[in-house]
Every structure is written in structure tokens, then in C-alpha cells.
Design a protein around this ligand. Sequence first.
Ligand code: SF4
Ligand code: SF4
Ligand code: SF4
Ligand code: FES
Length: 937
Amino acid sequence: MLSINDKDLGTPARDSAALVTLEVDGRAVAVPAGTSVIRAAALAEVAIPKLCATDSLEPFGSCRLCLVEIEGRKGFPASCTTPVESGMKIRTQSEQLAKLRRNVMELYMSDHPIDPFECKAGGKCELHEMANAVGLVHVRYGDGGRNHLDSPIDDSNPYFAFDPSRCIVCSRCVRACDETQGTFALTIEGRGFDSQMVAGQHEHYIDSECVSCGACVQACPTDALMEKSLLERGRADRAIVTTCGYCGVGCSFKAELRGGEVVRMVPNKDGMPNHGHSCVKGRFAWGYATHPDRVKHPLIRRRITDPWQEVSWDEALNFAASEFKRVQRKYGRGAVGGITSSRCTNEEAYLVQKLVRAAFGNNNVDTCARVCHSPTGYGLKTAFGTPAGTQDFDSVNQADVIMVIGANPTEGHPVFASIMKRRLRNGAHLIVADPREIELVRLPHVAADYFLQMTPGTNVAIFNALAHVVVAEGLVDEEFVAARCDAREFKSWREFAAEARNSPEAVEKITGVSADKIRGAARLFAKGPNSAIYYGLGVTEHSQGSTAVLAMANLAMATGMLGRAGVGVNPLRGQNNVQGSNDVGSFPHELTGYRHVSDPLMRADFEKVWHVPIDPEPGLRIPNMFDAALDGSFLGLYIEGEDIAQSDPNSQHVAAALSAMEIVVVHDIFMNETAKYAHVLLPGSSFLEKNGTFTNAERRISRVRKVMPALAGKEDWEVTCALSNALGYPMNYNHPSEIMDEIAQLTPTFSGVSYEKLDRLGSIQWPCNDAAPEGTAVMHVGEFVRGKGKFLRTEYVATDERTTARFPLILTTGRILTQYNVGTQTRRTMNVAWHPEDVLEIHPHDAEQRGVREGEWVEVSSRAGAIALRAVVTERVTPGVVYTTFHHPETGANVVTTENSDWATNCPEYKVTAVQVMPTGRRPERLPATQVSPSVR
Ligand code: SF4
Ligand code: SF4
Ligand code: SF4
Ligand code: FES
């Protein structure tokens, strides 16, 4: 069902430069060739009745309501399936047309409630609108035609229900699931009056392949498929456009409201990242925002063993400020710091790093990107000059070859995955490189040309082998390299890539991937013509994460796959604003726009605006903060919107460090694991409660708009301002737009960004400045940001994390669609229906050797600790590799991960942990690290 205020043009736009001119009811209109008559009419402001057509789906031509007359043609063609022709004269109204349409509607309504009050949408569904539009007031067939009324309602899905008695079998839902989502979960079965829409193999929705994206609900023109929230709360009376608070795709939504209450979230048709599509999280899992667990009052305590005390905002902020000042007086200016949040807005992250630099007077600020994409920042900045993805999402529509490595888009970035799947169904080739068989490898109508199932931790070796083939077989794009890259560095790299130890045959022994597959994948990628790389944490969270990013950059440059649509090196960012929090100065060595703090001219600009001197020395990274806490030199931390006790590696070490601190201030929407070590808990605000901006994985800055009042009375940016004021450094803004103005003033890549422009354009991809006043979709066109592209030799160095007789398996980790990160939000929604607990995937061979059976509890032990999980026996993983997710705190996945990290950025090596797996028969208590012998650590 359409969102309020959405206009539906009937069929999708056609992308043709050739214009066709025709007349609709005497009105001249010019449209791109291939456009349907119904769309041309809608563009000429002539509405033709329709039911089975909608502008997000290809026309189907089943309802026969959109009939028109075309001068010189016999009969009454369906306007949705008829393409325009030059000089066509269309008539949309005549007595005969009116009669035909009324007859069609009469048949539909004979099996449907005609009384709008019987309609669950209150008669505000398209079916009733069309009945009105064709002037149907009376159905001649009585109730005899209502032969589906007894069909049972399927309300198995937690978020929406299917009432077959209201279904007109228009197939819009089926096409939405096929075309938009790419899941193919629905079909129309039977013929005529017996036809019906069914999910899966005649299953309940919840048991079918359905992934609850909501596209079918969105497409349904009746009240057959409806959100339960809409049924419970009634239709909205207004809508506010905002941005999803979950993942780095950054989908645009209309938050529909009735009074002050959110009724539903509807994906925004005009949203550039998502074009009206969504996933189960953004579409449905927003209920956590009003969950009873929300922290609504500031809390303080002197010791972490004391009970919490509810206090006023002033008391909490003054206590926090006085404690930070006490710690600094006692242990020095550098004894405190802050962590910014990639879930918060750009403006909020900017203020936290400003507070650290201006109020604390040091650079001890870091962000969760440390544990995910910091190697992306390092690698892409080194190679190209900008630490961000090179393309916009839509660029994938022009890719001929798509390489997905260390990412699982259908689970982690589902809406982008749907766009990618559509491109793959339309003929693009696919290379997947991953230790685990991700869903993309085999999907309806999609199969990977090459699946390189490598041993975890061998990405660099794989990239070197791909490069070897490119160099050895003369597949280098010599022209591109000569024009765009540093010649001396390229020569050195070419020699390195050509070495025999990088040949597919040599690398096969390291990675377990056959030389033939590596050769085939390299040739396919190099041939293109447009080949694009998409990657995720499976590349970055390794001891060689930065090397792997550099190796991808090398491969893309060598094959000329940069600087135009359809190519590029693209990180799929995890959290909603991980790109943005990095952009606005969250790292200890960089101010906004990734400029090093040691640059005196740049510091002078900030000092002029901030009115304080800025420390020229980089501050502590998160792992260094923990080490310094245990050394007794870092004793105060302000953490906004991150649960580091759960999300950082080696939980015991983190817990010990936090326990050693004298003032820990947690600023969050829930009492999280980290709050167990906190002295002050400041209530946070969810994305629905504040104004600001998020920046997604394609560098797109989008507005976050306040939909409801902040539950605890303050938006996060206001809290940071108040804390800064309490610390004695004045921070006074009236609105986040003023904070963005300050970012724009101080950051060359943001200088053209303003709320006024964001409201006008919808969203902006940085760089946005005088050179690119409306932003930049594709980067490095013509020239790299750093000038010449930089090739570096990327030596493969095996991780120190080795399997041994005692820990013979490698544990690697990933995500699942319905849960998000450590589950703080999604576990407080009905999404738990799909993923109530994390499980351990183990290959049948390894399971049999250990006597592990499906569904039974196993103990997973590593050099760092031990956890318990239920086993799932599957061939998705290879022998020797086990896999789990990390969404539930009781799993404690980070209890077993080690302290190994990326050589350049300290990004933890989450993806490779040597473990043993043994059956336990029942769920054991979590085993403390001390139970593992120190001799094997
Ligand atoms: S919710 Fe999405 S996946 Fe499920 S049936 Fe509808 S369109 Fe298909
Ligand atoms: S459920 Fe809705 S969209 Fe699907 S066939 Fe029935 S009426 Fe059409
Ligand atoms: S794909 Fe990401 S941004 Fe889009 S709705 Fe899902 S969680 Fe939100
Ligand atoms: S809208 Fe054209 S046939 Fe249904």
C-alpha cells in the first residue's frame, strides 16, 4: 500500500535518451522511448485506473482496468503494457471504457467487501480508490461471489498478516518479491476463481523463504497484506522523511505517524540508496525505540559495586565533569578520553571528538571503526588518497563482473544485495571469495561463476595470485596504469606479483583454492569490461587487513577498474554512520576530513574556531586506552553509543581495563554490558528522537529527522554540549544544522554541505565543495585524489594465530539478516522470532570426528577463553573451519577471540581464531579465561 503522499506513475521509468511525443486526452507529452502509455498519461497529469500495475514493478497486464482507446487501433489495449509510439493519440475516457472498467471492478468487488468500513485500511486502499474512480456503487452479484471469505488468515509473520479473503490475485506481491527483493518466495497457484497467492511450498509466511523485507506488503493494492502495526494503530496522518538507523546502506524511510506515535516505516521511493526498498530491520524492527528497557533518567554511582542512583541531568553531568577533572588533575591531561559512536549522527560524533580535543585537551578519541573498517581507511587513503568507497550503489547496475569478498550482502547489507542480485539476474558475472558459502553463491537465478572458498586469513595470498595471473597473462590495462599510476611503484609491484610464490599453484597450497579457479576468476575480472569489488569485514578484520585493502586497490588499478561507473573498490560499511563518524574526526590522529593533527596550518583553522590550542600529538587508540588503563595512566572514558565490553575483542581484557578506570561515563539508550563498569549513565536518544545526518557506505550524507520527542528529554548532541559546558569548555548550538555548518567551514570535502542543500537535494555524496557543488557519485575520475595511484607490494604473511593439536579448527564470524551487531536494538524487537540465539556452524566431517550432533550444545575453546553454543552441522563451511555470529551477549563470542590485530590500524583479527569444539551435552556456564592453561595462550 502506498505511503501517504506517494504518487504512483504505473510503470517504471525508462532510461532512454530518445524522446517520443504523443497526445493523451489532447495533452501533448514527451517521454523516453519504451515508456508505457499509463506512465506517459500520469506524467501528463491524466490518471488511468489501474490495479495490477505499480511504478516499482514491470507491467503484468492482468487486471484489465487500465484499458484505453488508441486512435487508429482496434480494441482496448491495456495502457500499462502498451509502449508509447510517436504521434499516438490516446483516449482515456469514453462511455465504453467506463463500462468496461466498471464491469472489471464489479467482478473484483463481488469477492471483496465493497463497504469501505469493512476494509482494514478504512477504504483507503487502492481497490476502494479504484472502485470510486470508475464510479462503482453497486455490485449486481450479491454475496454469491464471495467465495474466499473462509480462507484462514496467515499471521505467522510477526510484522504483517496475509488475509487471502482480501486478495485480488493481482500478483503485485509476487513480482515485488521476485523483482525488487529477489527472494522468489511467493507464487500464484491455480486458475480463475481458484487461483491464490501462496508463500513457499504452501507454507506459512514464517516458514517460507520469505526474509520479511516488506516489499510485498508495500506492493499490495488491497488490505490483503498489511502491517500489523497499521491494523493496531490505524492509518497515519502525516509522514516525516528520515534515514534508517541500522546499517551502512542508509535507506531512506518515511516515518508515518498518527498523533505522536509511529505507525509504520515505509521505504522512501525517492531515497537514493534504496529506491523504495527496505529490509526487515529498517522496515519493521524500530520498536526498540520505545522498549521499556530504555534508560529514561541519568544515573550515577561512586563505585561500580554501588547501586545506581537516579539523579537530575545537571547532577549527573556535574558529577561526570568533576570526576574527569579530578582524574586529569591527579594523573595528567592525557589520562582521559572518549569514544564516538557510529550509530550516532555526524554532528554528535563531531561534538564528542571536539569535546575530547577542546575540553579534555588531548587527542584520545577513537571510534568503533577501529574494530571494523580502519584498514579500509588506511588502505584506500594510501592507494587512492581518500579513505572511502569509490562508487555510488547504483554504479553496480553497470558492472559486468562483481567480485564479493569477505562480505555477506544478503545478510549484512540486504537492500544493496537486492540491487546487486537484480544486476546479476540481468547478466553480470559473479566471483565470491569467502571461507563460507554465503547465500549469494547459489540463489534463485543467480550462481557464482567462481566461488573461491579459501582458508580464513589468506585474503592477501588470493589477491596476490589474482594479480599474478593479470601480470603473467598480459591482462594489465597498460594505458590506464601509464596514465594514472606511479610508474616506479607499478614496476616494483609488477615484479613482485610475477614472482612464482604468488602463482595460483603456489597459493593453492596456502588458501585451499584450486589454481584453476583462481586463474579463471582473474581472467574474468580483468576482462570486465566493468569489474567492481565489494568487500566487508572478512577483508579488514585480520592481522593483514590493511594489506588486503591495498592488494584490492592494486588489482583494481592494474586492470583499470577505477574512475567510472560500474567499477571500483567498495567497502560495505557495517553500522549506519561508520563512514560519517570517521569523516568527522573520530580517529586519534586525524581531524575532520582525515587530516593529520600534526598539520599546523590545519590545526590553526580549528584553533581559530574552537578558541583553544589543539595537541599536535596523536592520541590513544582504543586498544592502547585499555592497555594504559591497566598500566594506571588512563583512567577516565566517555563512551557514546558503543558497547565496547561486548563488541571489542578479548572481553576479559576489556572488562579488566574498564574496571581499572576511575570514571567511566556511558551515554546510551540501554543499560548495556559496558554500563556494568560505568559510574555515570547518560540516557541516549534513538535515531527517531533527533535531528542530524548519517553518511552511508557510498559517502552519501542524508538527513535524520526528529520524529518523536527524546524520551529522556535531550538529544545526544545536547548531552555532549551540556557535558562540555560542565567541563568548562563552552559548547552552544541551537540546532544540529549549526554543527554541520561548522564541519563544512573546517573541512574542504564538506564545504558545500548544508541542511538547506540536503533538504533541497535529498542527500549529498561528499566531496561536496566548489568543484562539486552537488556532490560526487564516482570518485577518482580522470585522476586519483592523491594524484598518481600508488601500487605497493603486498607480501602475504600468515597470521600468528595458528591451529595446533589442541586448537585444530579455525573459528570465523559473521552476521545474520535479522539481527544487528551486538543485538542491543534487534533483540528488543520481534526479530528474535528468527534468530533467538547464536549457533556454531560446523562441517559434518568435523562434527562426526567429535561426536557433535545437530542442535546439541558444544564448548568452543580458544587460547583466550571458552563459550558454549548450539551446533548446526552444515557444508556451508569447509572441514577445519567453524563459524558463528555475535549478536547475543550470552554467546560472548569475543571471549574466545584473541588480541591479534592489523599491523597498521590495530583492527582486531576477529575472523581467525584457533579453537577446539567439543560436545558438552548441555549448556555449560561460560568458562573464564583462567580455565584455559596459560601455556597454550
Ligand atoms: S516480505 Fe519480502 S521476502 Fe517476504 S514474501 Fe514479501 S517480498 Fe518476499
Ligand atoms: S496479496 Fe495483495 S498484492 Fe498479492 S496478489 Fe493478493 S492483492 Fe495482489
Ligand atoms: S538495508 Fe540497512 S539501511 Fe536499509 S533498511 Fe535494512 S538495515 Fe536499514
Ligand atoms: S493496470 Fe494494466 S492491466 Fe492491470
